[in-house]
Design a protein around this ligand. Structure first.
Ligand SMILES: [Zn+2]
Ligand SMILES: [Zn+2]
Length: 152
């Protein structure tokens, strides 16, 4: 007997020969939801529990790609990974039991590591008080801005 395949989302019988578990309409709807979740992570650094439920309908590979894109994008923001970026990335990581090493990524900083780097008015090398807009530490000479190229 031939197996009748139904859309996992709406229950409609799938007539086409397809490996997809969803009908075309649901597939499009889910893709759109996925895009919205991606925006929410990228722009608002938010990942709601209801959004995790939606992401659970996607393949592991889709989730890993999403994590990689989010990690890369949020790392390249001005000032590097922000606290809220790390929180949202950790949430995504923990919800889907992702491992940075398996995705070829560097380990996300721990929140406790982050605290060490938080004061922006302190030189990370010598811990003397500095101004936030300094390119170089006037005390020890270390470079404070990643994009600063010293004149030789
Ligand atoms: Zn459907
Ligand atoms: Zn210094």
């Amino acid at each position: 007997m031939e197996e009748i395949k139904k859309c996992e989302e709406c229950g409609k019988v799938l007539k086409d020969e397809t490996d997809e578990p969803y009908c075309k309409q649901c597939d499009e709807k889910l893709d759109k939801q996925f895009d919205n979740i991606e925006d929410n992570i990228f722009i608002f650094k938010e990942l709601l529990d209801s959004e995790i439920k939606i992401l659970e309908k996607f393949d592991d590979e889709d989730i890993k790609d999403l994590f990689k894109r989010a990690y890369t994008k949020l790392s390249h923001e001005e000032g590097g990974l922000k606290k809220e970026s790390i929180i949202v990335l950790n949430k995504l990581k923990d919800s889907f039991k992702l491992k940075e090493s398996e995705m070829g990524l560097e380990k996300l900083p721990d929140m406790k590591d982050l605290k060490k780097t938080l004061p922006k008015d302190e030189c990370p090398e010598c811990a003397k008080k500095i101004k936030e807009d300094f390119n170089l530490c006037p005390y020890c000479g270390c470079i404070l801005k990643d994009d600063f190229v010293p004149r030789s």
